[in-house]
Design a protein around this ligand. Structure first.
Ligand code: DOR
Length: 436
């Protein structure tokens, strides 16, 4: 099928387009971009026999790419499945999602990777890219067979949910990365310093009398991994950055010429540790929500390019698990459906331009993982987000497509929402969804 998006505002930093124009998609691939300034007479021929979508007043961007999500399948289908998670991704504007390996069994073998890819082929509305574990069972003792996992379709390796505490294994993983070009995504947490902690170590943990997780638990491991990246030349990507000290370490490493990349998540630039007092376990996440100072530093890091990517760390949990109380409930926020609205606040507040936002939510994750995405150039994947940047809406977890309703943003008014998503040649139309 041929689709023509007419008269939208195209934001495509990779293809260096920023202005009004049309996008033509044929058989799931982009076959033409016509910027209004140089519109050609070919226009009529383009729309003949095509499904035409009028996008006046709307933004057209490459489909968003989430390089950090938990789809929970196999093993935790009561929290999420590949089908529900990918549908939540589409709802949030994402046309590609990379899924972390902390499933049951862990994605540490070609069999599990193939299982995920087969499920995705059957049931997924968007593209799913598996991330393999670094160590067998994510136990931190023995490296996986990287080659086998890569051949099966893994696009990166991570023990996310847990750190690789053994520095020798992390060195070897980064050496493999150097040799193969694949990215190692590091969950940075010194488990000894973090042991038993359930929220940020600070004034809220003191007042609620819960054990805290100090910023140092994250920063010490980031410092170690920067040193190992320098030693090996491997491609290190630092997951879910949450502290001011972490931003400073990454900035310094980049200035020193160490080729690392980093991501944060919307909750780390939107709310602080105080959310635990009002939102309870919906605000329990690892790394924990930090202080206003940390939030300011994360925003600065996004703005000056220290932080390359906004990922969701979509971590759906069942409501009975989140009802266990702050000390026992699992860590995690269901993030796919709020990520764009929360991130658009950075654009509305002047922290990022819309082009920079598209870089952080589509171009850069694609580049870091070597995915053929994130651009609206001719011949590229016709996966597209059509967004109303000014559409106001209120977060209602009960309306989430994700099985995980665990969000600390319930009731929050956001501005900016997908209107349509085109994924794999299919059009998902969200226009009749209730706004407020
Ligand atoms: O909050 C989190 N939840 N952080 C992680 O690193 C893992 C994730 C999960 O799998 O629930």
């Amino acid at each position: 099928m041929k689709i023509v998006l007419k008269d939208g505002y195209i934001v495509d930093p990779a293809g260096k387009n920023d202005g009004n124009g049309d996008v033509i998609i044929d058989n799931g691939r982009i076959t033409g971009i016509r910027m209004s300034a140089n519109a050609s007479q070919a226009k009529k021929a383009d729309t003949d026999g095509a499904f035409v979508i009028y996008a006046k007043g709307l933004l057209i961007t490459p489909g968003l790419v989430d390089m950090h999500a938990h789809l929970r399948e196999p093993g935790f289908e009561h929290k999420e499945t590949i089908e529900t998670g990918s549908a939540a991704a589409i709802e949030g504007g994402f046309t590609a999602v990379c899924c972390m390996p902390n499933t049951n069994p862990v994605n540490d073998s070609a069999e599990v990777t193939s299982y995920i890819l087969n499920k995705a082929k059957e049931a997924s509305s968007c593209k799913v890219f598996p991330i393999g574990a670094i160590t067998k069972g994510q136990l931190g003792n023995e490296l996986v067979d990287f080659d086998a996992l890569r051949k099966a379709g893994c696009v990166a390796f991570s023990d996310d949910g847990r750190p690789v505490m053994n520095s020798l294994l992390m060195r070897q993983a980064l050496e493999y990365s150097k040799a193969s070009g694949i990215t190692i995504i590091a969950h940075e947490e010194d488990i000894y310093l973090a042991e038993g902690g359930v929220m940020n170590e600070g004034k809220v943990s003191q007042s609620l009398a819960f054990k805290g997780i100090p910023a140092a638990a994250e920063e010490i491991m980031i410092a170690r991994d920067i040193i190992l990246a320098g030693l090996t030349g491997g491609r290190l990507h630092i997951a879910h950055v949450s502290t001011k000290g972490a931003v400073e370490l990454i900035r310094r490493a980049k200035n020193d010429g160490i080729a690392i990349t980093a991501e944060t998540c919307p909750h780390y630039f939107s709310i602080t540790e105080e959310a635990a007092e009002t939102m309870g376990t919906a605000a329990k996440v690892n790394p924990p929500l930090r202080t206003a100072d940390d939030v300011a530093a994360i925003r600065e890091g996004l703005s000056d390019g220290t932080i390359d990517v906004i990922a969701t760390d979509h971590a759906p949990h069942h409501k009975d698990e989140k009802a266990l109380g702050f000390d026992k409930a699992p860590f995690g926020i269901s993030g796919l459906e709020t990520a764009l609205g929360l991130s658009m606040s950075l654009v509305h507040e002047g922290v990022l331009t819309i082009g920079q936002l598209v870089e952080k939510m589509s171009v850069n994750p694609s580049r870091i993982l070597g995915l053929d995405r994130g651009a609206l150039t001719e011949g590229s994947e016709g996966d597209i987000l059509i967004m109303d940047a000014d559409k106001e809406w209120v977060v209602k977890p009960e309306d989430f497509v994700s099985l995980g309703k665990n969000t600390p943003f319930s009731g929050r008014r956001l501005k900016g929402r997908p209107v349509m998503v085109i994924s794999g040649g299919e059009i998902f139309d969200m226009q009749d969804r209730k706004a407020l």
